[in-house]
Design a protein around this ligand. Structure first.
Ligand SMILES: NC(=O)C1=CN([C@@H]2O[C@H](COP(=O)(O)OP(=O)(O)OC[C@H]3O[C@@H](n4cnc5c(N)ncnc54)[C@H](OP(=O)(O)O)[C@@H]3O)[C@@H](O)[C@H]2O)C=CC1
Ligand SMILES: CC(C)(CO)C(=O)C(=O)O
Length: 339
């Protein structure tokens, strides 16, 4: 079973070490100093007191790797469109694409049913290129619950968690998704196979849509955002808007807003990935986590005034820092019309 991890940074590197330790035939696509370090010294995972180094194939040229059984995409979601062409040599008739990213994935409306079946979302998949050229029919959903960081080139620091729920867009428990889950479990990861993967996508996104932009705007950690009455109330307002949109698409939330906020508070003095990206001068994942919820609100006719305000500000913050060049609330006349 040939597995390629495309964008083997913090999360992909963690997966890569664990899969390689389990004996999987895994290749990593990466770039820059991180790639050079992995080629020279291998890829090291630091997890508590444990240290593991593996030496999988590493490249910035996917054409060297040939057709894969599974491609696990662990790029920042806004980078996916940019690699469509380079990904083509990895794709065979049976290749499955696992979207191990935060936010709404390009395949969201594949096998969704209802009025939006086969729709694409402009904020995450401009022109529907991911849907057509990577293939919605290849997709397996994946939620990323762990937190990890690139501590130095070639070195991944595990912070917490090992849970990567998986699921087919159709909800079927196919051989493909079960084989992948079995491999993850052999690699000391949790990988429950879900028959309603979209519910879990929104449960994770529920936090990202509010905590990430609020943290980038305030530089507050999760515990502070969830404790301070004003930022907690703003988070709640965005979550309520988001819940209304998701439920219109048939999503069921298994916890309520207060419990979700409490869960995030208990994570502690953690900087969200969007704040970390701002501080490190890396492009911010605004469209897959925030703009897309606004776009889905527009589709359903649900107003998102709290989200619109925060999105307008975080987009401007990111632009000023030179870390955003996407479509946003502040340039989208539909957003201005409703907000
Ligand atoms: N890290 C975490 O704790 C968590 C992350 N997530 C989600 O997981 C996803 C991945 O995040 P994360 O692992 O943190 O991101 P990283 O930026 O650490 O990893 C992505 C990697 O892909 C590389 N890359 C980007 N473009 C290319 C390219 N064209 N060719 C080859 N390599 C490329 C990046 O290199 P470069 O640095 O040069 O851009 C980087 O090393 C995101 O959606 C994130 O929101 C979810 C939960 C927690
Ligand atoms: C902080 C957390 C866990 C939820 O918002 C996250 O997923 C992120 O930082 O991107």
């Amino acid at each position: 079973m040939k597995i390629c991890i495309y964008g083997a940074g913090a999360i992909g590197g963690y997966l890569g070490v664990q899969l390689a330790r389990a004996g999987a035939d895994v290749s990593l696509v990466a770039r820059g100093a991180h790639l050079a370090a992995m080629r020279e010294r291998g890829l090291t995972l630091l997890a508590g007191e444990e240290k593991h180094t593996v030496h999988p194939r590493c490249t910035d040229n996917p054409a060297e790797l040939g057709v894969q059984d599974y491609i696990i995409i662990t790029l920042k979601a806004h980078s996916i469109t940019g690699v469509i062409e380079k990904m083509q040599p990895l794709l065979g008739p049976h290749t499955r694409i696992v979207t191990a990213v935060n936010g709404i994935p390009y395949w969201y409306f594949y096998k969704h049913g209802g009025d939006y079946e086969n729709s694409t979302l402009e904020s995450i998949d401009p022109g529907g290129r991911q849907w057509r050229e990577i293939g919605a029919e290849r997709a397996i959903g994946c939620i990323v619950y762990p937190a990890t960081e690139i501590e130095a080139p070639g070195v991944i620091r595990h912070v917490y968690g090992n849970n990567f729920p998986l699921g087919e867009p159709s909800g079927e428990i196919t051989g493909d998704v079960q084989r992948l889950a079995d491999l993850f479990v052999a690699a000391s990861l949790k990988a429950p196979v879900l028959d309603r993967i979209r519910d879990e996508i929104w449960l994770k996104l529920w936090g990202n849509v509010c905590f990430n932009p609020i943290s980038a705007l305030t530089h507050a950690t999760l515990d502070v955002i969830c404790t301070d009455p004003a930022t907690r109330a703003l988070s709640r307002a965005i979550m309520v808007e988001t819940q209304g949109i998701a439920e219109t698409f048939g999503v069921k939330f298994r916890v309520d807003v207060e419990r979700r906020i409490e869960g995030a508070r208990k994570v502690g003095a953690h900087k969200t990935s969007m704040l970390q990206d701002l501080e490190r001068g890396r492009p911010m994942e605004i469209d897959p986590l925030v703009t897309v919820v606004q776009e889905m609100g527009r589709l359903t006719g649900i107003a998102t005034p709290a989200l619109d305000s925060v999105l307008a500000m975080v987009t401007q913050r990111a632009r000023i820092a030179g870390l955003y060049d996407g479509v946003s609330a502040s340039t989208d006349p539909r957003a201005l019309a409703v907000a």
